[in-house]
Ligand binder design. Structure first.
Ligand code: KIV
Length: 282
C-alpha cells in the first residue's frame, strides 16, 4: 500500500475526511439539489457551535468590522485582523468548509496582490477557500488564484465594500440593464473558476435566473429561496443586537436579551451579597 495515498489512512480518519465539506463537493450538492447552509463566524466558540449544529460552511466575513469591531461599515478591517479571526475559527472547525473573506484593500490592485493575500489567509489563518466581491474587474484575479490552487468564492449584488460607490446598502439589480450585467458577471466568475457565488440583496426572481444559469452553487442573503444555499450573519441569526432587525434576516434566538438578563442577575446578586455562596467556595 502506498503510504502517500488516502488508502494508507486508518479507516476512521478516512471516514472523517470523507465527511468534510469541500469546495468541489458543494458543486456536487447543487447537482443533487441539496441545500447549502452557511453562517458567518468570527471566533473559536462560535465555530464549535456551528460545527456541532452541522452547518456546512463557515464564512469569516469582513462583516466582523461591524458585528465585532463596532464600525459602521466593512471598510476598516485589515488583512492582519482577518487572519487573526480566521485562526480562531480554524481551531473550532473540523467538518465544515472554512472560507475567509478578503478585506477591502487586500485584492483591489490586481491578481498578484489577491494571490499574496489569499496565501496569507490560507497559510497563516488556515482558510480552505477565499471570497472576494465584484464582477468583471476581478475575473483575472479569480482565474489566477484558481490556477494557483486557491478555491475562490465570488460575491455579487450588494457588495458592501462598494458602499460609497453604491450610495448605501441598497437592493441591487432592480432594472433590466443591471440585472443583465449581474448575470454576465456571474457567468464570467464561473468561467474564471469560482466554485460558488454569494448573491446579496437582489430581487428573488433575478437570483433564481442566475442560479438556474450556473453549474456552480449560489448562496443567497436577501436573495430569495431559489438560491442553492443561504448565508446569515451570526449576530443577526442569534439576535445578539436587541432591537436591530433586518428584512433579509430571521432571528432564531434572542441571545442578546438573554445575555443582558443574565448579566443583570449576576450584578444584582453580587451587589446584594447573594453571589458567591458556599457552593462556589474552596
Ligand atoms: O462579510 C460577510 O458577512 C458577508 C456575508 C454577508 C455574505 O460577506
Amino acid at each position: 500500500m502506498d503510504e502517500g495515498t488516502d488508502e494508507a489512512q486508518p479507516s476512521v480518519a478516512r471516514r472523517a475526511a470523507e465527511r468534510r465539506v469541500t469546495a468541489p463537493g458543494l458543486r456536487a450538492r447543487k447537482a443533487k439539489g441539496e441545500k447549502i447552509v452557511m453562517v458567518t463566524v468570527y471566533d473559536y466558540p462560535s465555530a464549535l457551535l456551528a460545527e456541532q449544529a452541522g452547518v456546512d460552511c463557515l464564512l469569516v466575513g469582513d462583516s466582523v468590522a461591524t458585528t465585532v469591531q463596532g464600525h459602521s461599515n466593512t471598510l476598516p478591517v485589515t488583512l492582519d485582523e482577518m487572519i487573526y479571526h480566521v485562526r480562531m475559527v480554524r481551531r473550532g472547525t473540523n467538518r465544515a468548509l472554512l472560507i475567509a473573506d478578503f478585506p477591502f484593500g487586500s485584492y483591489q490592485t490586481g491578481a498578484d496582490e489577491a494571490i499574496r493575500s489569499a496565501v496569507r489567509l490560507m497559510k497563516e489563518g488556515g482558510a480552505e477557500a477565499v471570497k472576494l466581491e465584484g464582477g468583471s474587474p476581478v475575473f483575472e484575479s479569480v482565474r489566477r488564484m484558481t490556477e494557483a490552487g486557491i478555491p475562490v468564492m465570488g460575491h455579487l449584488g450588494l457588495t458592501p465594500q462598494s458602499v460609497n460607490l453604491l450610495g448605501g446598502h441598497k437592493v441591487q439589480g432592480r432594472d433590466d440593464a443591471s440585472a443583465e450585467r449581474m448575470l454576465a458577471d456571474a457567468l464570467g466568475l464561473q468561467e474564471a473558476g469560482a466554485f460558488a457565488l454569494i448573491l446579496e440583496t437582489i430581487p428573488a426572481s433575478l437570483a433564481a435566473s442566475i442560479t438556474a444559469a450556473l453549474a456552480i452553487p449560489t448562496v443567497g442573503i436577501g436573495a430569495g429561496a431559489e438560491c442553492d444555499g443561504q448565508v446569515q450573519v451570526w449576530h443577526d441569526l442569534l439576535g445578539l443586537f436587541p432591537g436591530k432587525t433586518f428584512r433579509h434576516a430571521k432571528q432564531y434566538a434572542q441571545l442578546g436579551l438573554a445575555a443582558e438578563a443574565a448579566l443583570r442577575s449576576y450584578s444584582d446578586e453580587v451587589r446584594q451579597g447573594r453571589f458567591p455562596t458556599k457552593e462556589q467556595d474552596f
